[in-house]
Design a binder for this molecule. Sequence first.
Ligand SMILES: Cc1cc2nc3c(=O)[nH]c(=O)nc-3n(C[C@H](O)[C@H](O)[C@H](O)COP(=O)(O)OP(=O)(O)OC[C@H]3O[C@@H](n4cnc5c(N)ncnc54)[C@H](O)[C@@H]3O)c2cc1C
Length: 390
Amino acid sequence: MNQIFSDVAIIGGGIMGSAVAYHLKQADANLDVVVVEMDPTYSRASTTLSMANVRIQFSFEQNIRISQFAFEVLEDFGEKMAVGDHRPDIAFRREGNLFLVDDSSIPSAEAAVNLQQSLGCRVEWWTPEKIKQNYPLYAPEHLAGGTFGFLDGHFDAYAFLMGYKKKARSMGTRYIENRVIEVLTDGSRVRGARLASGETLSANCVVNCAGAWAAEVARSARINLPVDPVKRQIFVLDTAVKPQGPLPLTVLPSGLYFRTETGGRILLGKSMPQDPVGFDFSWDDKRFMEILWPELAEFVPAFDTLKLLRGWAGLYAVNTLDGNAILGEWPELKGFFLANGFSGHGLQQAPAVGRYLSELILKLPRTLDLSCFGPERIVENRPLSEKGLV
Ligand SMILES: Cc1cc2nc3c(=O)[nH]c(=O)nc-3n(C[C@H](O)[C@H](O)[C@H](O)COP(=O)(O)OP(=O)(O)OC[C@H]3O[C@@H](n4cnc5c(N)ncnc54)[C@H](O)[C@@H]3O)c2cc1C
């Protein structure tokens, strides 16, 4: 049976796998990097099914710093990822993020804004009057106010992924279409991966970038990773009344979120406790009709007349310990690195995570210390506190 050799084998070629590959090659052009991706169309990858939002509005310092780096990268992505004459266009739009605050969440919102401002972020507290002034369709009167991130926005997730992938390939990364069915180990060391084709991929360093499938991959190496695939649904709306300009990603205290999309459509979603765990990509309009529409129309009365056009379902890879990333080498398996558990904010974290993982793997100085997200905290049951999860 065929054997493939590489220095680093990356399982999953979504945004994490591609960002890790790109940064590894950037740091060491001679490194042999192989990415194994079971579905190069990315039809079920979270990357392509996401809302593609980027925000500075987190409450945990390292999450804020991760987003600061994302902004730097997004700003001139076309230049950074140029391959020959091709400059990827990710259509980055800084249309803002507005997090609405009710009385019970004032203390946590204030603490988050203070921290963000102390780190130099352009975020402001807005009164209900100011919200109404800027977005006249909204009915914020019963709320305490909101926090507005001026530089937050959204971009084209597919173009972002293709930008990293094309660049990583141009630097010599090999992408293989195959499924990893087992992570191979030899005592307490990783040795590579067995592929569904029957081939073996030999590598002393294996990186789990399998997104919602991360726990399945880890389980094959007898590691119990607390990462669940959780279904989330997005709804595309055509409202009778069109807003004057773009609406920022607006997040209600209940967790309902929406924003304008190009073409005057509205994208909307809400993470709910009853969202099923599993690889379920079915989508239905029931939730929108029965729960989300009334909630939306209460805050935006003009949206009581609309057409639900379509939607989709994708998976959050939820770290059930604390909803935050798990980054680094698994303490009990040398050479097995994780970039998992990003829940609903992984797309924007890919630039910083790719850079950090490459620095860990190559034992380089860390540009941004993300050791707080290390997998030791999983083993030791030490959750991080991030109040800005959506
Ligand atoms: C509805 C929704 C909205 C979201 N909105 C946002 C947002 O606004 N902003 C944000 O930052 N994030 C958002 N996210 C989260 C973000 O999309 C993810 O955190 C991020 O894309 C994770 O990237 P990934 O590469 O880890 O996973 P994926 O993109 O899922 O990539 C993993 C890849 O691994 C492959 N794979 C899995 N197992 C194997 C195997 N055994 N062998 C080979 N290949 C394998 C899969 O085919 C897949 O392509 C959202 C997610 C969803 C579902």
